[in-house]
Ligand binder design. Structure first.
Ligand code: 3SL
Length: 238
């Protein structure tokens, strides 16, 4: 039987989707899911996504590194923020990390109850698509958005996945979201950075002088790692 692929533009909309038997791919291009891919590429053993600062901090006594981002910045007192560059350090190798971010880790929590949860970004685009082809399930691409609102960059990645997989998977009856995401990606694909010129989160990050993070997170296929959630922790899929 042909499986379906669909796009959910916000975690707030996820309850309207039939996701419980599906693979949910959580997408937060700027920057949480991109940083997670970088972390595993640099040897991190596991990442426990948590909702609050307190939950993250509590993992320190268990030997974890603790990470927290709020308003785009590392929260004082935490080892790590949410820049992909902060996960490129030897000090993260073989470590377990607890992480909370404004939207990305919240979206992962929202997807709990799915048959499986994977992490997507431009950085692991081709590897993710290859992994998805092997899953014998419907797929829901969940955009983290910004505080429940639509955003462009997550939609572009969802569109890129649809663009690569729609010959293999059928769009669902509620297919407009997948069609829209794919069309948007096809318009933007040759200049993702330029397309996002006026996007809200690119501006938020530019105000923090971290435009290099934005450019980095839009470069496809920098890793073959596909992080998946197993017993509450993200690990690299075998
Ligand atoms: O919302 C999130 O999860 C973050 O990726 C936001 S930020 O890029 O760190 O500002």
């Amino acid at each position: 039987m042909k499986h379906t692929i669909d796009v959910c533009f916000s975690p707030a909309m996820l309850p309207m989707y039939d996701y419980k038997g599906a693979v949910v791919v959580v997408i937060d291009v700027l920057r949480a899911t991109s940083s997670m891919c970088v972390a595993f590429e640099h040897g991190v053993r596991s990442i426990v996504p948590v909702a609050t600062l307190e939950e993250s901090l509590a993992f320190r006594s268990k030997g974890f590194l603790v990470g927290a981002e709020r308003k785009g910045e590392r929260v004082e007192g935490f080892d790590l923020g949410n820049s992909p560059f902060s996960f490129m350090d030897e000090s993260v190798r073989d470590r377990d990390i607890a992480l909370t971010t404004t939207n990305g880790t919240q979206a992962i929590k929202a997807a709990e109850g799915a048959a499986s949860i994977a992490i997507g970004s431009f950085l692991n685009l081709d590897a993710l698509c290859e992994w998805l082809k092997k899953q014998d399930r419907n797929i829901v691409l969940l955009c983290s958005g910004w505080k429940s609102a639509f955003n462009l960059e997550d939609t572009l990645l969802a569109g890129a996945v649809c663009d690569r997989l729609d010959g293999l998977f059928g769009f669902t009856d509620h297919r407009d979201a997948a069609i829209a995401a794919k069309c948007l990606y096809q318009v933007a694909q040759n200049d993702l950075l330029g397309f996002l010129e006026n996007s809200s989160h690119r501006h938020r990050l530019a105000n923090l002088h971290i435009e290099e993070d934005v450019a980095f997170c839009l470069v496809p296929n920098q890793t073959a790692v596909v992080p998946v959630l197993v017993d509450g922790a993200l690990v690299a899929a075998k």
